[in-house]
Design a protein. Structure first.
Length: 307
């Protein structure tokens, strides 16, 4: 894929996202534009399923850059995120060098060479790519431990990594960095200060309907409106986990597979597991509560049609 120039305006950033089938509001497009323009990491926080991770994928595709993803988890360390030495190859090299009567100094100098270095995502992101620096996605940073978060400060401040045996490796061109968090814990201010921050909220009904038109175009207007209205109503309830945009899209596609032209109590009860991921939430909605919410949605849509 040929590389594209960075967007020169907020409108161009909006068009870039739209060209990759991502429907963004202006505030998000502005954050993306400023992050790209000023070369600062973009920190996206919000509930799961609202489209944070997709931003990195869309930018990589739209700009023709390589996407490098670091999926965070508890216990993530430098060996998994940055680099580690290929100990098996080093041991083989040592045996071969000893057989050749190499000195200890020569062996030490030789085995700590880049050809024995296993580069993990953060180190890979500092390397130049075809068409420009890659897009680095640090996904769900809130799942990591605080010590690793502290380690990221050097990378995000100077876009460099220090390897004791080799020295400091610095990016010739900083990568485009997208960091996401589901806010299961607070991220330290020191890291946030190095980023542009944007809270990705659940979309309005109008924007979610626009998203469905792009992501599930086969769904008819009536079904799409009812799906969006029902999901919007669910988000006003006190649920253990509210459905995200991803669940809205999945639900519309699932209903299409069942040849549904409109929402019915039966269709809702049969497919609640697509939009709700906890049994307590499903039990609460099944039956009369789903019927009540559906009646409310149809009444609201009927009122809009009447006007």
């Amino acid at each position: 894929m040929a590389a594209s120039a960075l967007p020169a305006s907020v409108d161009a950033a909006t068009a870039l996202l739209a060209g990759q089938r991502y429907v963004a509001d202006r505030s998000l497009a502005t954050a993306v534009f400023l992050s790209l323009k000023l070369g600062r990491p973009l920190f996206l926080e919000g509930e799961a399923g609202v489209g944070k991770t997709e931003i990195a994928k869309v930018l990589a595709s739209g700009l023709g850059r390589r996407l490098i993803r670091l999926q965070c988890y508890e216990g993530l360390d430098i060996g998994s995120a940055v680099y580690e030495w290929n100990y098996a190859r080093q041991m083989l090299e040592i045996r071969l060098a000893e057989a050749g009567s190499a000195s200890r100094e020569e062996i030490e100098r030789d085995i700590f060479d880049e050809r024995f270095l296993i580069k993990r995502p953060l180190l890979q992101a500092l390397e130049p790519g075809v068409g420009g620096a890659p897009v680095l996605l640090i996904d769900e940073l809130d799942r990591t431990d605080e010590p690793f978060e502290a380690y990221l400060l050097e990378v995000l401040s100077d876009f460099q990594v220090t390897i004791p045996e080799i020295g400091t490796i610095k990016a010739a061109e900083p990568p485009i960095v997208i960091i996401t968090s589901n806010r299961t814990r607070e991220i330290h201010d020191a890291l946030k200060r190095r980023c542009f921050y944007h809270w990705v909220d659940y979309p309005s009904a109008a924007r979610e309907l626009e998203i469905l038109k792009v992501k599930a175009p086969e769904a008819g207007p009536a079904l799409s409106q009812e799906v969006v209205g029902f999901v919007q109503g669910l988000r006003k309830m006190d649920l253990f986990k509210q459905p995200g945009v991803a669940e809205t899209i999945d639900w519309a596609e699932a209903l299409m597979q069942l040849d549904a032209l409109a929402l019915t109590p039966e269709a809702i009860n049969d497919t609640l597991g697509v939009i709700l991921k906890y049994q307590d939430d499903i039990q609460r909605l099944q039956g009369s509560e789903a019927q009540r919410l559906l009646d409310q949605v149809k009444a609201e849509l009927g009122g809009q049609t009447a006007h």
